[in-house]
Design a protein around this ligand. Structure first.
Ligand SMILES: [Zn+2]
Length: 344
């Protein structure tokens, strides 16, 4: 989100353009709204660079790379200054990577080196390079490719561990996608860092995490086989989804491919930390991950076993309000039953 703000600061003139609503939605990170407005106002033929860049970035953010490419063509037509070229390349990298066009990504990075960007566009370039494996720190990493995954291994990980991770994660992919039946736009780029602690100083983020639009996961060596894969796969069941932390993390835990008893683990967590599940679902951030993950994982498992069709509808639209529509008057009964079981 910080990135965005930088980009917005880079583009002050849009504040004074006719597209105030567009600029406002973009500033707030409401990318779907940006896309909506651009359709309503028919901005496809607008003649200023910034409008096209904002729309291209918004399409990238929701994983619609075909549309992003269309708007980037217009950016290329309209860009004049170095900073415009630099930002266009940042977004082109995402679009090309998102569709698995690695040669084009390589060319984008080579072109970006020749352009004098701004401090912020250069920073954005470094960040995307780190995220997708184009930073020079990955130069000596080991690459392994399977049917659905491109693995990137920290060079210090032993060959035996590499072999183990490759086998178990590809198997996890098969198991999870046998259930979700998703169409991913590319193989998952699966980075494995040789660390057990959470914080990663290079990515300046806790591991693991997933950027499902780009099919990228960064993992600790000791993570479960399926958690991050499940985030990628469940996202691409329907790209036009509405996610919440509660259900999304529940999916990650439920399908992590560990043969443990999720319900017993949730029971123990609930015992130390009883809470109002509906509040947690609605507010999302109130609860620490060490409680939220086991509870949501067991809850998702419970809903999956209750009714598959309804569960998949919830995968696509995950808010509490969505669940009220999907499960109707049964929803409250289901939640009460789940909590009653936890209390037993
Ligand atoms: Zn997760």
């Amino acid at each position: 989100m910080k990135n965005l703000l930088f980009l917005f600061i880079m583009l002050p003139s849009i504040m004074f353009s006719q597209n105030n609503a567009l600029a406002e939605a973009f500033k707030n990170g409401e990318f779907k709204k940006v896309i909506e407005i651009s359709n309503i106002e028919n901005l496809r033929n607008a003649d200023d660079f910034e409008t096209h860049l904002i729309i291209a970035k918004s399409y990238n953010e929701v994983g619609d790379f075909k549309q992003a490419a269309e708007f980037l063509k217009q950016c290329e037509r309209l860009m004049k200054s170095e900073w415009e070229k630099s930002w266009t390349l940042v977004e082109s990298i995402k679009t090309n990577f998102g569709t698995g066009n690695i040669e084009a990504v390589r060319q984008n990075f080579a072109d970006a080196k020749k352009v004098k960007g701004t401090k912020n566009s250069e920073k954005a370039l470094r960040e995307i390079a780190l995220l997708i494996g184009f930073d020079e720190l990955y130069d000596n990493w080991k690459i392994k490719v399977t049917e659905n995954i491109i693995f990137h291994f920290d060079n210090s990980i032993s060959d035996a561990d590499v072999e183990k991770v490759v086998t178990t994660r590809q198997k996890a992919f098969n198991e999870i996608n046998r259930i979700f039946n998703s169409n991913l736009p590319k193989k998952i780029d699966f980075f494995v860092w040789n660390q057990k602690e959470n914080y990663n100083p290079y990515l300046k983020s806790s591991l693991g995490f997933t950027r499902p639009t780009l099919c990228v996961s960064h993992n600790r060596i000791n993570q479960t086989p399926g958690h991050e894969l499940a985030h990628n796969i469940s996202f691409w069941r329907n790209r036009e989804n509405r996610r919440t932390k509660f259900i999304n993390e529940g999916i990650g835990v439920c399908f992590d491919q560990q043969k443990n008893n999720k319900f017993e683990i949730a029971k123990a967590a609930y015992k130390t930390h009883p809470m109002n599940l509906i509040d947690v679902w609605k507010k999302q951030t109130d609860l620490g991950n060490e409680i939220l993950y086991p509870i949501s994982g067991a809850f998702v498992e419970f809903l999956f076993n209750y009714d598959k069709a309804k569960f998949f509808a919830l995968v696509e639209n995950q808010t509490y309000q969505d669940a009220e529509v999907i499960y109707g008057s049964q929803l409250v009964n289901l939640i009460n039953e789940f909590i009653r079981n936890l209390n037993e």
